[in-house]
Design a binder for this molecule. Structure first.
Ligand code: ZN
Length: 635
């Protein structure tokens, strides 16, 4: 069945079973979504459950779009919307999009624009003929987020034609009667970095993650030059989360001819763009040729299709995906892939945390069906046991306070996404309890990343969500935090006598402003350097962590200077966004249903092997720890 035949079938059902055809002028596809162009919304306004019922019947995502003939003139529509929406929603702006027949309503409380069970949403639709798209007004402003919002609203015409093409491809119908499933590991197996797994069926080639290894030059990119990774034949890329080792190669795909969709959660999309622009900046600073540019970032945005947790979505004629919480960083997901009509169910886990943290709930563990699980092994070794979180937090505050007391500064290298917000929350909490006083400077992209967190409270655990939504208790706005505005400000922080804390990127000291702080503060023993995250083999962070007494650092003008490491170096385990060995095993143990095969990747070789053998022993399931380029047949 082709897309046109499918649409014909839907039209027929709308006519014969629902008598809706007189009110629907056109049915079309945009990406995985079926769009109904309506001439009359009465049926939908009167029956709140109708869209849900149709979505269930056709097993597709459904979007209503008003027929242009219905639309009120913009000024009148705006008056009407302001009358319908309660004032407490605090509408910040209204923007009409002629092309899509949409009105973008930015409000402080978006839930109140939608109303209970969408009642206000439907009233707007029915009375104005414009389809509302409700977005949350950013609680903390950042130029990155403002720019992102503008980009999302630009060039919708191109985006729509891209989505129609993608939709026709998804619903092209099955061509083969054969049934088999296999996965090929293109990177990130028996190593950390450049994660990429190619899923193949007779109908589909789907790339799960597409990362880079920032700590290695020879092993920087996944093996995209093998014949089965032909970019013209890959029809979808699915990203588990925004960290560069899972998403850093996605822009480059568009440089080498990829034209298909990229599926991820909305926060992952935003963070991928944020980390992408940071990566470009670091390359520029280091005089390296970046593997992508602004054009590829724009192409990514045009081809990106966002899905929230729990939305079942067709991405090819024989693959449906659903995202679930992974507990690792904002927007991170465990992807459930339903292949064929019940042929095979694969769960691809990316990175996970199976514990509640200050930001997230533990990773999901219940799925409709699971035969194969692909999981990470970062801390899968027998020695890998994280201390409890509260112990780590106490140690951080204690080390910080004693450094400040002796008049020193504390440098904490962090990834801009994830660790920095967790650490910020630890300081905000200690400040509130009177256990910490002082300035915490935020440098690199940390501020922008924090703003993205504040945009998506529904992706955070209930407590922090509540705090962010209430104006005066947003911990990210605590007075201890100050953003470093640029090189002059940075030098002022370095030179001042004021003891302080500096949170700065990059997390493994492979680049970014943290190097500037380190260079100037390393030779003073009053200062401290605290590692709170994973330091990959070969990174500067890892060398310092292992006790290297002197490190060469570039000076302006290209000269190299040996910097003596005299400051106190400390590693505090327990802040990781990953689960340790016992939690990883526990997650598989508690997964329902129990998977019959577990594939361990994303870890140093010994850890992948050790975790695979432990899971085999404890749970008596088949386990594997594949090599890069190895293919495993699942069905
Ligand atoms: Zn990660």
């Amino acid at each position: 069945m082709t897309a046109d035949e499918m649409l014909k079938g839907i039209r027929q059902a709308l006519k014969e079973e629902y008598d809706l055809l007189p009110s629907i002028s056109k049915v079309d596809v945009e990406g995985p979504t079926i769009v109904f162009y309506c001439k009359d919304f009465t049926a939908f306004v009167e029956n709140a459950g109708l869209v849900r019922e149709l979505a269930k019947k056709f097993r597709k995502r459904i979007l209503l779009r008003p027929d242009p003939s219905l639309r009120l003139e913009e000024r009148k529509a705006e008056e009407e919307i302001r009358r319908i929406v309660p004032a407490e929603a605090e509408i910040r702006s209204l923007e009409f999009n002629e092309e899509l027949g949409e009105v973008i309503i930015e409000a402080v409380k978006p839930g109140m624009v939608v109303g209970k069970e969408g009642v206000i949403f439907r009233e707007i639709l029915g009375k104005t003929g414009w389809a509302p798209r409700v977005v949350r007004a950013p609680p903390i402003r950042s130029t990155f987020v403002d720019h992102l919002y503008r980009s999302l609203r630009a060039d919708l015409e191109t985006r729509r034609s891209v989505l129609r093409k993608i939709g026709r491809r998804i619903y092209r119908g099955r061509a083969s009667k054969q049934e088999w499933v296999r996965v090929t590991f293109l990177g990130g197996s028996r190593e950390v970095g450049r994660s990429a797994v190619l899923l193949q069926t007779p109908e589909s080639r789907i790339l799960l993650d597409c990362g880079v290894n920032v700590a290695s030059e020879e092993k920087a990119y996944p093996y995209m030059d093998v014949p089965e990774a032909d970019l013209r034949q890959i029809e979808a890329v699915v990203l588990s989360h925004a960290h560069l080792d899972h998403s850093g190669f996605v822009f480059s795909l568009f440089r080498y001819g990829y034209e298909g969709p990229v599926y991820c959660t909305p926060p992952t999309r935003d963070l991928v763009l944020l980390l992408g622009s940071d990566y470009l900046k670091v390359c520029e600073e280091q005089g390296r040729e970046p593997p992508f540019g602004r054009d590829e970032m724009r192409a990514f945005l045009t081809h990106c299709i966002t899905l929230n947790y729990g939305e079942v979505t067709d991405i090819s004629p024989d693959v449906k995906i659903t995202f679930h919480n992974a507990g690792h960083i904002l927007g991170s997901c465990v992807t459930h892939l339903h292949i064929g009509e019940g042929l095979h169910n694969l769960v691809y886990a990316g990175d996970i945390k199976f514990e509640k943290t200050r930001l997230f709930l533990p990773a999901a563990r219940i799925f409709p069906r699971v035969e194969t699980l692909i999981m990470e092994s970062t801390y899968g070794g027998p020695e890998d046991a994280h201390p409890p979180r509260d112990q780590a937090e106490a140690e951080l505050i204690q080390t910080t306070n004693s450094t400040l007391e002796r008049g020193g500064k504390v440098i904490i290298p962090v990834f801009s996404v994830g660790r920095s917000q967790e650490i910020m929350l630890v300081f905000a909490d200690a400040y509130q309890k009177g256990l910490f006083e002082g300035k915490v400077y935020l440098d690199g992209m940390i501020w922008d990343a924090t703003c993205v967190h504040a945009l998506y409270p529904e992706y955070l655990n209930p407590e922090i969500r509540e705090q962010i939504l209430s104006e005066d208790s947003n911990p990210f706005r605590a007075p201890i935090f100050e953003r470093v505005e640029g090189p002059d400000h940075r030098q002022a922080v370095i030179k001042s006598d004021e003891p302080c804390v500096i949170l700065s990127t990059s997390g493994m000291m492979t680049g970014g402003p943290v190097l500037e702080y380190f260079k100037h503060l390393a030779e003073n023993e009053r200062n401290s350097l605290i590692f709170v995250g994973y330091q990959a083999e070969g990174s500067l962070g890892s060398r310092i962590q292992k006790g290297c007494p002197e490190v060469p650092m570039p000076e302006p003008g290209g000269r190299i200077r040996g910097v003596k490491v005299k400051l106190q170096v400390k590693t505090i385990e327990g802040f990781s966004g990953h689960s340790d060995r016992s939690h990883l095993i526990n997650w598989v143990k508690r997964m329902r249903p129990k998977p019959s095969r577990v594939i361990c990747c994303h870890g140093e070789e010994s850890k992948c092997l050790s975790l695979a053998s432990a899971i085999h022993r404890i749970l008596s399931v088949e386990t594997r720890a594949p090599y890069n380029l190895e293919t495993i047949r699942l069905r």
